[in-house]
Design a protein around this ligand. Structure first.
Ligand code: SF4
Length: 569
């Protein structure tokens, strides 16, 4: 079928066996690609321990990857998370997905454990396992330097080697499969890096139809204030959200004890762009280019990272925040979990962090070379539990919450709780309608109607992650335009409803896989603090504790709309 290569790669690192096989048709028709394909592929092994040799690490592309569809350079990485124990996918940008498609593969599944550190090197149909011992102990920047000229690559740093529970996989030294600790799965396999390059072309069934769909998407992008506006993503990146969350008094501060941080303006998107003279960059096939890099090569952090190294830890020194972000990328660690685990440690030990101490703790975690570093490398929930204070881990299902305080956006509260991969903003992102007023504004301090909106958004985002497109574009375009692009690429008639059905199938399968690992409704909940403590209210904005009964009623509505009865709660 056009839009797919029709071939997948399986690599067993224990036996050093490499097999190329036809991508099963059901993966394409019932699960689209990316996240959907990965979830279906892990189905029969999801209860294995994360470090079991048979546990697969899956790279999967979608039908739009490598085509002219806007934001067609993304892909998914999937396994079971060492941090949460749930099935876990990360959508990642850069150009690895494009190279993978050009090399001829829809998916790559890696199992087994190598006898020493290895590099999986792929050039079109030629697949080689190489000794990577010279790369062992290196950060991801060092690996990027060593692999320059080898196409695109995915690598772990010291954190992945040391099995830090929130280790990430870093692509081309910049783009991260950040959350959930998939870098530790890669580390358990002694796979230091995957390099890939290809020269094939992706077949498109109806090039004219794709051109028309692309033009429609581009028209919507060009006229969107959120994307190409004066203060939009293209100009400032996601750090534009610093000012917005500050003004709404919903920036998590001091481990979520407060929701307002006076020093936030010192590291706003505007301040960082001016200070670092940041330029635009971004993923392959993307016209938005929301990533920002300073004149000296500094990677400007995403909103979540800057806010959590900033407000969540009570720090406002922009240069140190950028350095903390650089360190996390180099060690290969999720910035959200790292910053949140340190904030949890600060609260438990009644410490006020300094920026020097922050950088020191990050190094201890990444290197796992001190008792405290090793304790924090377990993530906030295990750390706080070991200290007898599990309630001070600001996490859902063990995944640390990102930088939107749920007391300031009730749809976000529900979406955090129901998320299949834990405390994540990307499964439904109600911030879109509660704060950004897209596609229409909703009352952020109400649960009314949120259950249905969250359910639809969860299904939609499962589709986006499976195509594999970028969620940011959906601030402007809709699934209507993308359905036309998919139909043109694959030549298979598809529309919004049929795609949403696939999204629902993926979501329900993820939930079922989590149930097999013991997850129940008891895990669809928020930390106690949000129901008992007030945030930082002002004269005009009250950030009240969440009403527990209203939350539970909304969650019950959500289960009813999903059709979840006692068996899958
Ligand atoms: S909008 Fe940003 S994250 Fe999304 S594809 Fe473009 S550059 Fe990548």
């Amino acid at each position: 079928m056009a839009g797919y290569t029709g071939k997948s790669l399986r690599v067993d690192l224990s036996a050093r066996e490499i097999a190329v096989y036809d991508t099963p048709e059901v993966l394409r028709t019932a699960f689209l690609g990316g996240r959907g394909m990965g979830v279906a592929m892990i189905d029969d092994r999801v209860t294995l321990p994360c470090d079991a040799p048979e546990m697969p690490l899956i790279f999967a592309t979608g039908p739009l990857v490598g085509t002219a569809a806007p934001t067609s350079g993304r892909m998914s990485v999937l396994s079971r998370s060492p941090l949460t124990g749930t099935v876990f996918d990360c959508s990642v940008g850069g150009r690895f997905g494009t190279e993978m498609k050009k090399a001829g593969f829809d998916t790559i599944e890696i199992t087994g454990v190598a006898s020493g550190w290895v590099l999986l090197d792929i050039e079109n149909g030629s697949v080689t396992l190489r000794d990577a011992s010279p790369l062992a102990g290196k950060g991801t920047a060092g690996v990027a330097q060593a692999l320059a000229g080898a196409g695109s690559h995915a690598a772990i740093g010291q954190a992945g080697e040391n099995r830090v529970k929130f280790a990430s996989i870093v692509f081309d030294g910049h783009y991260c499969a950040g959350r959930g600790g998939l870098g530790a799965v890669m580390g358990a396999k002694r796979l230091k890096a995957v390099a890939i390059r290809g020269s094939g072309a992706v077949q498109v069934a109806d090039p004219e139809g794709l051109k028309t769909a692309r033009e429609a998407i581009m028209r919507l992008l060009r006229t969107s204030p959120a994307i190409f506006g004066e203060f939009g993503l293209s100009e400032f990146g996601t750090a534009a959200l610093v000012d917005l969350m500050h003004a709404r008094r919903m920036e998590p501060t001091d481990n979520f004890r407060k929701t307002f941080f006076p020093g936030a303006s010192e590291y706003s998107g505007y301040a960082m762009r001016n200070h670092f003279k940041a330029k635009k960059t971004g993923c392959a096939g993307c016209p938005v280019l929301c990533k920002k890099v300073g004149a000296g090569g500094e990677v400007i952090p995403e909103y979540e990272s800057v806010s959590h190294f900033g407000a969540l830890n009570g720090l406002s020194d922009m240069e140190r925040i950028v350095e903390a972000n650089r360190l996390c990328n180099d060690y290969g660690m999720d910035t959200i979990s790292a910053a949140s685990t340190i904030a949890c440690h600060n609260e438990i030990n009644e410490k006020q962090l300094t920026s020097d101490k922050l950088l020191q703790l990050l190094a201890e975690i990444g290197n796992a070379n001190t008792p405290l570093g090793r304790a924090l490398a377990e993530g906030s929930f295990r750390y706080a539990s070991s200290m007898g204070r599990p309630e001070l881990s600001m996490s859902v299902k063990g995944l640390e919450l990102p930088a939107y305080d749920p007391r300031g956006a009730y749809g976000m509260a529900l979406a955090y709780a129901t998320s299949n991969r834990g405390g994540c903003h990307l499964r439904a992102y109600p911030i879109s309608h509660e704060i950004l007023r897209k596609p229409v504004a909703t009352d952020r301090f109400s649960f009314e109607g949120k259950a249905r909106i969250v359910k639809i958004a969860e299904d939609l985002n499962a589709v986006i992650d499976s195509l594999t497109a970028c969620k940011f574009v959906f601030f402007a375009a809709s699934l209507e335009e993308y359905a036309k692009a998919v139909a043109a690429v694959t030549g298979n008639g598809c529309d919004v409803q049929s795609l949403l059905k696939v999204g629902e199938r993926i979501w329900n399968l993820e939930r079922e896989l989590n149930e097999r690992n013991g997850f129940t409704a008891a895990h669809d909940d928020l930390p106690l603090r949000f129901f008992t403590e007030e945030g930082s209210s002002s004269a005009n904005i009250r950030i009240a504790p969440l009403d527990r009964d209203a939350f539970l009623k909304a969650r019950e509505n959500y289960y009813r709309i999903r059709g979840y009865h006692s068996v899958n709660r």
